[in-house]
Write a protein that binds this ligand. Structure first.
Ligand code: C2E
Ligand code: MG
Ligand code: MG
Length: 937
C-alpha cells in the first residue's frame, strides 16, 4: 500500500471513524523520502550555480539555505510524526503541517523558476521549464495522497512563474506562459487519473478496513502487510510483507512462489491451491497458515484477498491483505488448552457439573451429570434449558421443590445455594450452585455441581445406627440408653409415666470367660441379651453397657413394687441354663433397682443409684436384687474405706484364722483343717471373708494378705505339733490374684514351710476350678513344682465353676471338694443328688479323693457315706474354730489312748459301719458345731 494516493481531506470528511484510519494511513505514506531530498539537493546545487552567475550578491546562497532549512524541517516533522505513534485523531494536526511544508518547498522552487524564466536567455528558460516540469511531476507523484499537498507544491511554481512572465510581457514570455498552461492542463489530467486510481485504492482500503482484516494495519507498526498482482502479472509486496516473511527487500523479487516458499511445508499445498483459485477468479481468498521465519520459528498469518475489476469487469489486480495472527493463534491455542484442561477437570470431578450461560444457554456439562439423571442424548445435544429442567424435575421425588428452587435461582442471579434432593429411584443428590461472574462483576451464568451421596448417606445412617448399638448383642449401647433415659425422666417429671432403672450383671461371667474362653463368653452375652429382649415389654428399653453389665428401663410401672417383681422375674429368666459352646452353662444375675423419684432430674444420678444397689445386691449373695436406699451410699463408702483399713489391719494383728475340721466319715477322725480368715475390725466388729477378700483383691492387698495367711496357717500347724497333736493337713484358700505374682507366691509357700519346719505334705492349697484352670494355663510349671514339693491341691466348690473334665485328666488334683450348693438340699433335690453321686463316682474312677462341703445334717452325711464319699466338712461336725479348740479336739483324750487318737486321725479310714453311735470325738465335734463361731458372741 505504499502507493496509496488520494484526497484524504475529502475522504476524512465523509467516512467518520473508518476514514480517520485511512487518513492516518495516507499521512504515513506522505513521507519525504531520502531519494526526494537527494533530487531536491542536486537540483538546488545546479540552480545555485546558475543563479550565481546572475546574482553574485549571495542571494542564491540565501535561497539554498532557505530550501535546506525547509527540507530539514519537513524531515524532522516526518520523524516526529512517526515517533509520535499517531492516532487517527491526531493525524489531522500533522496534515496541516505537511501541507505547509509542501507549500514552502513549492514557493522556494517557484522563485528560482521565475528568476530563470525572465532572463530572456533561452538556456535559462529551458532550465526553468525543465525545473518546473520535473518538480511538478515529482510533486504530483509524491503528494498524490493529497490534493491539497499537490496543489500546495505545484500551484506556486506554475502560478508564480506565470505571474513573473506576464509582468514582463513579450512574445517569448507569452509563448512560455502558453507552454506552462498546456503543461498545467497535462498535470490536471494526470492528477485526475491518479486521483481516480487513489479513489479506487481508497474504496479498496475502506472495504478491507470494514472487514476488520486490516484494522491493525492502519495503526502503523502493526504486523500487517499486503501483496498484489496486477493485470500485467507483476507482483508487489508491501514493506510489512517483507518483514512478516522475514525476507530482505534486496534479497529477491517478490513473487507468489517466494511466498509459497516461506509457507510452512504442511500448509503449502493448501495455500497454493487457495491462491491459484483466487488469482484465476474462481474463489475468494481467506486462508490461515503458518510461515517459517528465518530463525526457524513459525508464525501464523491470515491472508484475505480482494479483487479490483475495470469497467468491463475484467480483473485489474488482486490485492491480498496479510495479517500476522501469531498472537491471536497463540491466544486461541491457550484458550483451547484451557478448554481441554477445564473439560478434563470436569470429567475428572466426582460431581455432575452443568454450566449454563447468562443467556440461559447450556454451555457445558460432564458425563457424570448426564449419567446422574440418565439424560436422553437429544436433550443435552439440543441445549434447550427448559427441556433439561423438565427432565430433571421428572426424576426427583419432589419436583415442585426443585422447580421452585430453579425459578428462584434463575431470578436471583446473585444467589448461591446448596441442598439435597431425593430422586424417584431413591438416590440422594447433594447439589451446589454458584453464580459465575466476570472480574467486573457481570453475571456470566451459573454452575451447578451435583453429587450422588446415596452411599455416604446410607453409610452415615448405618454408622449412626451402629453408634447407638452394642455390636455384640445388638442391644442399645450406653450412650443411646442414656438418651432414652433422659427422655423418660422428662416424661416422668411431666407426670406421664413412672419407671425404674434396673442395672444388672452376671454373677459368674468371669468364670465362664476364663473357663470356656472369650468366644463362649460372647455367646453367653448374646444369649443373655436375647433373654432380656424376650423378658422385657415393648415399652421397656434394654441396653448393654459393656462386659456383663446390662440395664433396663422398666417403664410404665403401676407401683414401686412392680420394679422388684420384674427384677425377680428377670433373675429367674436369666438363670435358666444356657447352651454355650456346646455345653450347658448356668449363670445367675444380680440386679440393682433405682426408682424414679420426682427430685431426680438427671440420668447419671439414677444410673449411679442403680449401680450402688447392684453392688449391694452382689454383696448380699448370688441371684439377688435390691432397690436403692439412701443408706447404700454410705455403705459403699464404708466398704471402699475398708480397702485402706485392711492394709494396716495385717500389721496391727486384726486378722485371725479359724480352722474348720475336715472329717473322715468312717473313722470320724479329723484328717485336715481348712484355714478361714476373719478380720476383727476395730469399729465394725468381726468381718467374714466375703466382706473383705473382694476388697483386698480390688485394692491389691491380697498378695500381702495371702502371704500372712500362709505364714499364719503354717505357724499354727507347727504350734499344734509342738503341743503334741498329731500332724494334720492344713488347707489354705488361694485367690486367683496370688498367681499374678507366681514367683513371690512360690517363695512365700517355701518360706512358710521352711520357717516352721514343716514338710510340704502338711499343706493343701484350695483353688476353685477357674482359678486352677487359669493357673494351670499360665503357670503350669509353678503348679507342677508345688506338687513335686509334696503339696496337695484341692478343687474348692467343685461344680459351681466351669471346668472341663478333660483338664482333670491332664492335671491330676489330689482332692475334689463338692460345693455346698449341691449338698445343701441333697436329700430333697434329686438333681443335686445325681451331681454329687456322679462327682463321687468320677473322683473314684480318677483316683482322686473327694470331700463334701457344707454338711449340716445327719441324713446328708449318711447319703454321702452310702455313695462312697469319705471326707466331709460342715457345721454338722464343726463350725470354723479358733486354733485352741482345734488343739483340744486333736489332742483330746478319747476312749482310745490319746496317742491312738492322734495316730488314727491320720491313718487310713476304717471300714464303714452299719450303724453309728457318736464317738467321743464326734460328740466334741458336734458340740463345736452347735456353738457359734467364737467371734459371734
Ligand atoms: P470356702 O473355701 O468354700 O469355705 C467354706 C465356707 O463355707 C466358709 O465360709 C465356711 O464357714 C462355710 N461353711 C462350712 N461349713 C458350712 C456349713 O455346714 N453350712 C454353711 N452354711 N456354711 C458352711 P467362710 O469362712 O465365710 O468363707 C467363705 C469363703 O471365703 C470361702 O469359701 C473362701 O472361698 C473364702 N475364704 C475364706 N478364707 C479365705 C482365705 O484365707 N483366703 C482366701 N483367699 N479366701 C478365703
Ligand atoms: Mg475353701
Ligand atoms: Mg468351698
Amino acid at each position: 500500500m505504499q502507493t496509496l494516493r488520494g484526497d484524504f481531506a475529502r475522504t476524512r470528511g465523509r467516512q467518520g471513524g473508518i476514514d480517520d484510519v485511512v487518513y492516518s494511513q495516507q499521512l504515513h505514506h506522505l513521507a519525504l523520502r531520502g531519494s526526494d531530498v537527494f533530487a531536491h539537493l542536486v537540483a538546488a546545487a545546479a540552480a545555485v550555480l546558475t543563479l550565481g552567475r546572475l546574482y553574485p550578491s549571495g542571494a542564491p546562497i540565501l535561497w539554498a539555505g532557505a530550501l535546506l532549512a525547509v527540507l530539514t524541517l519537513r524531515s524532522g516533522l516526518q520523524d516526529r510524526y512517526r515517533r509520535a505513534g499517531v492516532t487517527p485523531n491526531g493525524s489531522r494536526g500533522w496534515g496541516r503541517w505537511f501541507i505547509a511544508g509542501a507549500l514552502a518547498t513549492g514557493v522556494l522552487w517557484s522563485l528560482v523558476a521565475s528568476v530563470f524564466v525572465i532572463t530572456d536567455n533561452l538556456g535559462y528558460q529551458v532550465v526553468a521549464l525543465a525545473l518546473i516540469g520535473g518538480m511538478s511531476i515529482l510533486g504530483i507523484a509524491r503528494n498524490a495522497a493529497s490534493t491539497s499537498m499537490m496543489v500546495a507544491f505545484v500551484a506556486p511554481m506554475i502560478g508564480v512563474t506565470t505571474a513573473a512572465l506576464l509582468a514582463h510581457p513579450s512574445s517569448v514570455h507569452v509563448s512560455i506562459v502558453l507552454i506552462l498552461g498546456a503543461f498545467g492542463l497535462v498535470l490536471v489530467t494526470a492528477g485526475r487519473s491518479l486521483q481516480q486510481s487513489v479513489h479506487a485504492d481508497l474504496r479498496l482500503t475502506l472495504e478491507l478496513v470494514k472487514t476488520g482484516a486490516t484494522l491493525a494495519t492502519a495503526h502503523g507498526g502493526s504486523r500487517a502487510g499486503s501483496w498484489e498482482v496486477n493485470a500485467t502479472g507483476r507482483t508487489f509486496w508491501s514493506d510489512e510483507m517483507f518483514e512478516i516473511l522475514g525476507v530482505e527487500r534486496s534479497a529477491s523479487e517478490p513473487s507468489v512462489e517466494r511466498l509459497l516458499e516461506k509457507t510452512h511445508r504442511s500448509d503449502r499445498e493448501v495455500v497454493a491451491a487457495a491462491i491459484r483459485a483466487w488469482l484465476s477468479c474462481e474463489a475468494g481468498l481467506a486462508v490461515e497458515h503458518r510461515v517459517v521465519a528465518p530463525d526457524g520459528g513459525t508464525r501464523w498469518i491470515y491472508q484475505f484477498g480482494l479483487m479490483q475489476r475495470d469497467a468491463t469487469g475484467r480483473p485489474l489486480r488482486h490485492t491480498a491483505i496479510v495479517q500476522d495472527i501469531t498472537e491471536r493463534k497463540q491466544s486461541e491455542a491457550r484458550l483451547q488448552f484451557a478448554n481441554v484442561v477445564m473439560k478434563t477437570q470436569m470429567e475428572a470431578s466426582e460431581d455432575g457439573i452443568l454450566i449454563v450461560s447468562g443467556d440461559r444457554q447450556l454451555f457445558s456439562y460432564n458425563e457424570h451429570f448426564a449419567a446422574l439423571f440418565n439424560f436422553p442424548p437429544h436433550i443435552l445435544n439440543g441445549g434447550d434449558i427448559d427441556a433439561l429442567i423438565a427432565h430433571v424435575a421428572s426424576t426427583v421425588r419432589n419436583p415442585q421443590e426443585l422447580l421452585e428452587l430453579i425459578k428462584h435461582i434463575d431470578t436471583s442471579p446473585g444467589e448461591d445455594g446448596q441442598d439435597e434432593t431425593e430422586l424417584l429411584d431413591g438416590r440422594i443428590v447433594n447439589w451446589y450452585t454458584v453464580t459465575l461472574r466476570s472480574p467486573d462483576g457481570a453475571n456470566l451464568g451459573r454452575a451447578w455441581f451435583l453429587r450422588d451421596v446415596t452411599e455416604q448417606k446410607r453409610a452415615l445412617e448405618r454408622a449412626m445406627e451402629t453408634s447407638r448399638q452394642d455390636q455384640l448383642t445388638g442391644l442399645l449401647n450406653r450412650g443411646a440408653f442414656v438418651q432414652i433415659l433422659r427422655d423418660t425422666i422428662a416424661r416422668a417429671s411431666a407426670g406421664e409415666t413412672n419407671f425404674a432403672v434396673l442395672y444388672l450383671d452376671l454373677d459368674n461371667f468371669k468364670d465362664v470367660n476364663d473357663a470356656l474362653g472369650h468366644p463362649a463368653g460372647d455367646e453367653l452375652l448374646g444369649a443373655v441379651a436375647d433373654r432380656l429382649r424376650a423378658s422385657t415389654r415393648s415399652c421397656d428399653t434394654a441396653a448393654r453397657f459393656g462386659g456383663d453389665e446390662f440395664a433396663v428401663i422398666a417403664d410404665n410401672l403401676i407401683d414401686p413394687e412392680e420394679a422388684s417383681r420384674r427384677a425377680a422375674r428377670l433373675i429367674e429368666a436369666l438363670s435358666e441354663p444356657y447352651q454355650v459352646a456346646g455345653v450347658p452353662v448356668r449363670t445367675s444375675s444380680s440386679i440393682g433397682i433405682a426408682l424414679y423419684e420426682p427430685g431426680v432430674s438427671d440420668a447419671e444420678t439414677l444410673l449411679s443409684r442403680a449401680d450402688l444397689a447392684l453392688y449391694s445386691a452382689k454383696n448380699q449373695g448370688r441371684a439377688a436384687y435390691r432397690p436403692f436406699t439412701e443408706a447404700m451410699d454410705s455403705e459403699v463408702r464404708t466398704r471402699l474405706a475398708l480397702g485402706s483399713d485392711l492394709h494396716q489391719a495385717i500389721g496391727e494383728g486384726e486378722l485371725f484364722l479359724l480352722y474348720q475340721p475336715q472329717i473322715d466319715i468312717a473313722s470320724e477322725r479329723i484328717v485336715g483343717v481348712e484355714a478361714l480368715v476373719r478380720w476383727r475390725h476395730p469399729v465394725r466388729g468381726v468381718l467374714p471373708p466375703a466382706q473383705f477378700i473382694p476388697v483386698a483383691e480390688q485394692t491389691g492387698v491380697i498378695g500381702k494378705l495371702g502371704q500372712w495367711i500362709l505364714a499364719e496357717a503354717c505357724r499354727q500347724a507347727r504350734a499344734w505339733r509342738d503341743a503334741g497333736a498329731p500332724p494334720v493337713r492344713v488347707s489354705v484358700n488361694v485367690s486367683s490374684l496370688q498367681f499374678k505374682t507366681a514367683l513371690a507366691f512360690e517363695a512365700d509357700i517355701v518360706a512358710a514351710l521352711a520357717d516352721n519346719g514343716l514338710s510340704a505334705d502338711s499343706l493343701e492349697l484350695e483353688l476353685t476350678e477357674t482359678v486352677l484352670m487359669n493357673a494351670y494355663r499360665e503357670h503350669a510349671d509353678l503348679l507342677l513344682r508345688l506338687r513335686e514339693l509334696g503339696l496337695t491341691i484341692a478343687i474348692d466348690d467343685f461344680g459351681t465353676g466351669y471346668s472341663s473334665l478333660d483338664y482333670l485328666r491332664r492335671f491330676p488334683v489330689d482332692r475334689i471338694k463338692i460345693a455346698h450348693d449341691f449338698v445343701r438340699d441333697l436329700e430333697t433335690a434329686s438333681g443335686d443328688a445325681a451331681i454329687v453321686k456322679a462327682t463321687i463316682g468320677l473322683a473314684r474312677e480318677l483316683k482322686i479323693d473327694v470331700l463334701a462341703e457344707g454338711v449340716e445334717r445327719r441324713p446328708q452325711l449318711e447319703l454321702l457315706e452310702t455313695w462312697g464319699c469319705r471326707e466331709v466338712q460342715g457345721y454338722y461336725f464343726a463350725r470354723p474354730l479358733p486354733p485352741g479348740e482345734i488343739t483340744a479336739l486333736l489332742c483330746r483324750p478319747a476312749a482310745t489312748p490319746r496317742s491312738e487318737v492322734c495316730r488314727s486321725s491320720i491313718g487310713p479310714p476304717r471300714p464303714q459301719r452299719e450303724t453309728r453311735s457318736p464317738s467321743r470325738l464326734s460328740e466334741s465335734l458336734l458340740a463345736a458345731a452347735h456353738a457359734p463361731e467364737p467371734w459371734m458372741s
